[in-house]
Design a protein around this ligand. Structure first.
Ligand code: ADP
Ligand code: MG
Length: 607
């Protein structure tokens, strides 16, 4: 038989690449405006027609191209922005793949006019489906004008995938905002055919937000609080919406080094800060700009993905959440007790002859979370206990990945934790004890979840969970699409003590014959397993870490004590000791607060 492998003709290869980069008119807008920014333009004009189907035009006053470069620009992997692989780690431009123009030209009709400042005449190129129809010298303004007509003129199938005009327009606007918000020092114009949609003068970030999202009725300016934090890991700047302006539909933008990004994990950090301040059905607006060393972020190699991974995600989570909380707190928005009201000490009866003083939030602006606070661990054998964890601490931080907070803020509590050994249980729900700085209150269930989570993680990593045999095995019937996930995590489940027997003839049916020794009862085993499968299915990030973490979390949640459970003194002591032996002990793995401190001052101010 003759050989079967052959190279795809360029036109076909380009169309495939285009599928990655150019999915809809908004992708064209993004690529062209990014190129204009990279060319140092100070004025960028966008014109669209028919929701971008028939026209997306971007004109800039940037540096333009020489005649040769103008032609080269449409070749695949032709770029002026990186030279070698190493450059990938220090990218400061929006583009770098050199694929956009080639992709656009393979699925649309393109006319380009471009001139450099130093050239008298510019270049005109007409290209469609990757075929150059015309290249000539023309008179034109300095800068570049790209006119992209009839997207997917040669790929009707792709055309059919486009959505309604409204949807496509919304995509176009979103791409536009994502760039315009980052470059307030660039003037932007946006036209839908002849209609001016935006005319954004050079301004600052706050005004740019106002110009884009504000209206005479709804002044954005008054709704925003500014945030700013500089650390050696990351600088965070931007604006967050005051809680009272939270809406069902809000404007939420994260940027890193000038690129828009999605970051569900950081999103949670922001939401956590608003906890109790807004209705669950509402969400706050925010425009948060991160600056990080490009070496510490995983620049999204995939052209259309906006998820970005940071090297120090947990630490940044804490910094972000503290930054947002501080801004909310400064404006007296966070009540002084950021704890569930249920179960807090009874507030003394109000007396009419006494003035009511609003409790104040206090924070110490000089507090440096990175400072090397001397850490005093209580006596007993906790040091030994801790040693056990020490080696794994690093591992643990990596493993616990997305949902954990960094230990950098721990010192606050550790410092304060010079314990008297007296514990008191409040409402069968909280453990109260006296510490150096005041009163420490621990949520017993959350504390137990943390302790068990760490323990399960250890067992998974060391593959040494204890199992208890079930007298009556439970049947686990899997849905076909869960089956694959289950196969993926089965061995990890064994490490914590689950045992399974498969049924002959039905690969979707298993018998659960053993469960982890810590689980109190087998009754909810099947629900628990389904819960684990579900979590793993929806998790993002490093698969193995996520599997471990989700298994450990599900197990911890199902085995942990509940609110309402009476605890003897010994049980409280043990729980608190074990909690403080955990490298991270102020948050549960999914970010819930475990403890709160009432400082002496706060307590005094109540009397
Ligand atoms: P990339 O932006 O990844 O380099 P593109 O295909 O978007 O790849 O562009 C290819 C090259 O064409 C760029 O590297 C740049 O040199 C040049 N170019 C594209 N658009 C412009 C523009 N508006 N002004 C000046 N040069 C441009
Ligand atoms: Mg580009």
């Amino acid at each position: 038989m003759s050989d079967v492998i052959h190279l795809l003709p360029d036109a076909v290869a380009n169309q495939i690449a285009a599928g990655e980069v150019i999915q809809r008119p908004a992708s064209i807008l993004k690529e062209l405006v990014e190129n204009a920014i990279d060319a140092d333009a100070t004025i960028i004009k966008v014109v669209i027609a028919d929701a971008g189907r028939t026209l997306v035009q971007v004109t800039d006053n940037g540096k333009g191209m020489s005649a040769t470069d103008a032609r080269m620009a449409f070749e695949r992997h032709a770029t002026s922005k990186i030279k070698e692989a190493q450059d990938l780690f220090s990218i400061r431009t929006m583009g770098f793949r050199g694929e956009a123009l080639a992709s656009i030209a393979s699925v649309a009709q393109v006319e380009m006019r471009t001139r450099r400042e130093e050239d008298e005449l510019g270049t005109f190129i007409e290209i469609a489906g990757n075929r150059v129809f015309k290249q000539e010298t023309v008179q034109c303004d300095k800068g570049t004008s790209m006119l992209v007509k009839n997207l997917f003129f040669n790929v009707p199938a792709r055309r059919r995938f486009l959505k309604s005009d409204n949807v496509e327009k919304n995509h176009l606007l979103q791409e536009f905002y994502r760039i315009a918000l980052v470059y307030p020092d660039v003037e932007f114009l946006f036209y839908d055919q002849d209609e001016e949609i935006f005319n954004l003068p050079v301004s600052n970030t706050k005004l740019r937000i106002e110009h884009i999202f504000g209206s005479t009725k709804k002044k954005m300016n008054q709704q925003l609080l500014s945030i700013e934090t500089e650390t050696n890991l990351v600088n965070i700047k931007g604006f967050i919406g005051k809680p009272e302006y939270a809406q069902k539909q809000s404007h939420q933008y994260f940027f890193v080094n000038g690129r828009f990004m999605r970051h569900p994990y950081f999103y949670k950090a922001v939401l956590t800060a608003y906890d109790q301040l807004i209705q669950p059905t509402e969400s706050p607006s925010f425009f948060i700009f991160f600056e990080a060393d490009p070496q510490t972020i995983d620049i999204n190699i995939h052209p259309t993905k906006t998820e970005i991974k940071f090297e120090n995600e947990q630490a940044i989570w804490s910094i972000l959440s503290a930054t947002v909380k501080e801004a909310l707190g400064k404006f007296n928005i966070i009540p002084s007790i950021d704890f569930d009201r249920e179960g807090v000490p009874d507030i003394p009866v109000l007396r009419s002859d006494k003035e009511i003083v609003q409790p104040k939030t206090s924070f110490n602006p000089a507090y440096n979370p990175f400072g090397n606070t001397a850490y005093k661990r209580p006596s007993i054998d906790w040091n030994d206990l801790y040693k056990d964890f020490e080696g794994e601490k690093k591992n643990q931080e990596v493993m616990s990945g997305q949902h954990d907070t960094a230990p950098i803020f721990e010192s606050k509590f550790e410092d304060a934790y010079e314990n008297s050994g007296h514990f008191f249980q409040l409402k069968n729900r909280y453990i109260i004890t006296s510490v150096k700085s005041g009163m420490l209150m621990i949520d017993q269930r959350n504390a137990h979840i943390r302790v068990l989570f760490d323990q399960f993680m250890k067992e998974i990593q060391h593959k040494r969970g204890m199992s208890q045999q079930l007298l009556f095995p439970e049947s686990l019937q899997l849905m076909p699409d869960d089956y694959l996930f289950f196969e993926q995590i089965k061995s990890e489940l064994r490490y914590v003590g689950f045992e399974f027997a498969s049924e002959d003839g039905d690969k979707y049916l298993y018998q659960v014959t053993g469960i982890p020794a810590q689980l109190q009862s087998a009754s909810s085993t099947v629900t628990l397993l389904n819960d684990i499968i579900d979590r793993v299915k929806h998790a993002t990030g490093d698969v193995v870490a996520v599997i471990h973490e989700q298994i450990a979390l599900s197990l911890a949640e199902s085995a942990a004590i509940h609110a309402g459970q009476v605890l003897e003194k010994e049980a409280m002591t043990e729980l608190v000791e074990r909690l403080f032996a955990c490298p991270i002990h102020n948050h549960t793995p999914d970010g819930k607060k475990i403890m709160a401190i009432w400082t002496e001052e706060e307590i005094k101010s109540r009397f």
